[in-house]
Design a binder for this molecule. Structure first.
Ligand code: NI
Ligand code: MN
Length: 224
């Protein structure tokens, strides 16, 4: 499968049969050269409803009619907008055509752009084509990440390092130690001035603890 990083928290996962987007913040994402017109997802997974994660969901949803996968309150909001959504919640997992999705806790907020409570913010564990990907969503450090690491063999962990709204570098390094993934990819940094962080410093610190860290360029696609 192919994973493309658009910058911020936005990912595209392409399998032989499906295109899946996570947190498709594209048109207003200053570091993404890919825009909403360039994507054709079958599924959109949302960690929470903040504008920098919900992104172009309505636009893409109205055009492509993908299945949105997210927590119940946000799914209901999307359905009220006429979109197709599957309601889940934290702790629950479900098998879809492309693979399995499980929602985890995240310490963060969630509100829609029109001011509606959108349930809890979440992280997500994806099992696709035999690989396990943990996208933490926006979150502070939490000790239960240790449990997530114990119960899942994480191949790729995507986690924020930009500080201010989420973990900064120091806490993100600790999160990696808790989860013990095979590969680490930092996200949610350098999109805006307020989340400026040096990913090279994060990489050095994480590698010093014995982990493999890869810095994806904004717009880069890798085969995993
Ligand atoms: Ni957020
Ligand atoms: Mn965010």
């Amino acid at each position: 499968m192919k994973v493309k990083y658009f910058g911020h928290s936005a990912l595209q996962i392409k399998t032989d049969k499906h295109e899946i987007l996570v947190d498709p913040f594209l048109d207003d994402n200053p570091v993404s050269s890919t825009k909403s017109k360039d994507v054709n997802p079958d599924f959109i997974i949302l960690t929470h409803a903040h504008g920098d994660h919900l992104g172009d969901s309505l636009k893409i949803g109205n055009r492509n009619n993908p299945l949105f996968i997210c927590v119940n309150e946000l799914a209901e909001w999307l359905k009220a907008k006429g979109l197709n959504a599957h309601n889940m919640h934290i702790g629950g997992s479900r098998k879809f055509d492309f693979g399995t999705v499980k929602f985890t806790i995240a310490h963060h907020g969630s509100i829609t752009p029109d001011g509606q409570y959108a349930g809890e913010a979440a992280g997500v564990i994806l099992n696709i084509d035999g690989k396990t990907i943990y996208h933490t969503g926006d979150t502070g450090l939490f000790y239960d990440m240790k449990l997530i690491g114990e119960m899942n063999n994480i191949d790729y962990m995507f986690l924020p390092i930009g500080d201010n709204f989420t973990m900064g570098i120091e806490d993100a390094v600790k999160a990696v130690e808790f989860v013990n993934p095979k590969n680490v990819i930092p996200i949610h940094y350098n999109t805006f001035e307020i989340i400026k962080a040096d990913p090279e410093i994060f990489k050095q610190k994480v590698e010093a603890k014995g982990f493999k860290c890869y810095l994806m360029k904004f717009g880069e696609e890798i085969e995993i």
